[in-house]
Design a protein around this ligand. Structure first.
Ligand code: HEC
Ligand code: HEC
Length: 369
């Protein structure tokens, strides 16, 4: 068959377009979840059908559905009730990246900002800057590449504007989990208003336009939002490991090179309750009083006193302790034992002995003059 050069070019062109079209069609992101490339069931080595988590699906085992239909249904035995459509609806509140599940409701940004100021700002700051250690919700654009080791202190700041790929799931998150002290207390419209304010704080443009105070936020608006980092995630290697360690079965650790490390967190110190043995690194030798003070300080008090969080006098900072020194030492002990404002009794560890807390206070005063 004779094909002209021009037709050949056209043919190749069409083939290329067809390939790239089907590639585009097949590519999965959370915004097109129906393109998820992996089937929900697979076959294992023995040829048995398995779930995504690898569990074998056993056909001859009674399923929940069959229990309901059978003689031994929950109804006859008084356990549980069948979930009605309404019950399912009450739980089915998630909002997908593509906006599916977003409810009715609307509020403009100005009103959203007012709700934010009243219900969120105590923790997240008036402008989403974050109070103390509470999460920062705005800014940080361009910081994902930063690393403290390469001079990029304080490292990546992950916010809606800098990190998150999609806005719609935040609807669900905020309504389900925030404000921390009263989750599920916001109306749908209030959540829309807040989302608008958070997008405005992050200087997100929608369809090329800034978000103004009178911009009304609703389902349609949220669906039109594209966050700057939407394309920053990789979905092509789903289900492939992202680390490539070689399995080691014997002599894997060179004990002479092992270092025992402690991770110190700034805000909350989570640890099991104290026992006397924790004070002593050598079981045969109890530590002296000043060592106990140091150990307790590092384990229980440093979380706040190292950084001076929430107004705690900073360890080693003479000026911070000046007013404490003016007090009667008995009162200072009393405050450490019983608590004072944001200072929790015994630093939050009620298993500490009174005398050991006092040793710790002495240690702190000693090191802060
Ligand atoms: C009492 C303090 C407090 C209040 C008030 C509060 N939050 Fe939070 N918020 C938190 C804490 C703590 C977290 C982190 C929770 C976690 O990681 O499990 C958080 C997380 C978040 C996040 C996710 C941040 C991220 O980087 O993943 C958003 C968004 C958020 N809050 C929005 C709100 C909104 C909107 C309100 C008001 C309706 C609100 N918060 C009120 C304490 C608070
Ligand atoms: C959750 C944070 C937190 C932890 C943990 C904590 N402190 Fe404090 N501490 C504070 C704050 C805040 C203050 C300032 C209280 C004030 O003056 O209103 C304070 C004040 C004090 C003072 C000065 C009291 C005075 O009379 O003014 C002493 C002493 C002290 N802490 C000892 C300790 C010891 C000992 C521990 C550990 C066993 C500890 N703190 C753990 C937050 C903390």
């Amino acid at each position: 068959m004779y094909i002209s050069m021009r037709n050949l070019t056209l043919l190749i062109g069409t083939a290329l377009i067809a390939t790239s079209l089907s590639a585009a069609k097949l590519s999965y992101t959370p915004a097109n979840p129906d393109m998820y490339p992996y089937p929900s069931t697979a076959k294992n080595k023995q040829g048995l059908e398995t779930n995504v988590d690898g569990a074998i699906i056993r056909k001859n085992v009674i399923t929940v559905k069959e229990v309901y239909k059978s003689q031994i249904s929950g109804k006859n035995h008084n356990f549980g009730v069948k979930a009605s459509k309404e019950i399912v609806k009450a739980w089915d509140t998630d909002t997908r990246p593509d906006g599916k599940g977003l409810p009715d409701g609307a509020m403009n940004v100005e009103k959203g900002a007012q709700v934010f100021a009243a219900k969120c700002a105590t923790c997240h700051g008036d402008f989403g800057e974050g109070v103390d250690r509470f999460p920062v919700l705005a800014g940080g654009i361009g910081t994902l590449k930063l690393h403290p080791k390469t001079g990029g202190d304080p490292g990546p700041l992950k916010t809606i504007g800098s990190y998150a790929p999609y806005i719609a799931p935040f609807f669900w998150y905020i309504q389900t989990a925030m404000p921390l002290s009263a989750p599920k207390s916001l109306s749908n419209s209030e959540v829309y208003g807040i989302l608008g304010y958070l997008l405005q704080l992050n200087e997100i443009q929608v369809n090329g336009a800034d978000i103004e105070d009178d911009t009304v936020i609703d389902r349609k608006f949220i669906k039109a939002v594209h966050l700057p980092n939407e394309k920053g995630f990789e979905y092509n290697n789903l289900r492939k490991p992202d680390t490539h360690n070689t399995r080691c079965m014997k002599n894997c650790i060179d004990k002479s090179k092992m270092v025992v490390m402690h991770i110190k967190t700034d805000a909350t110190v989570v640890k099991p309750p104290f026992g006397d043995e924790r004070y002593s690194f050598d079981n045969n030798k109890k530590e002296s009083k000043s060592d106990i003070g140091k150990t307790i300080y590092e384990n229980t008090c440093a979380g706040c006193h190292d950084s001076g969080i929430a107004g705690a006098p900073k360890f080693g900072e003479k000026a911070d302790w000046a007013h404490v020194r003016k007090e009667n030492i008995k009162d200072v002990f009393e405050h450490a034992l019983k608590g004072l404002n944001a200072m929790p009794p015994k630093g939050g560890d009620m298993s500490l002995k009174d005398e050991d807390v006092k040793s710790t206070v002495k240690y702190m005063l000693e090191k802060s003059k």
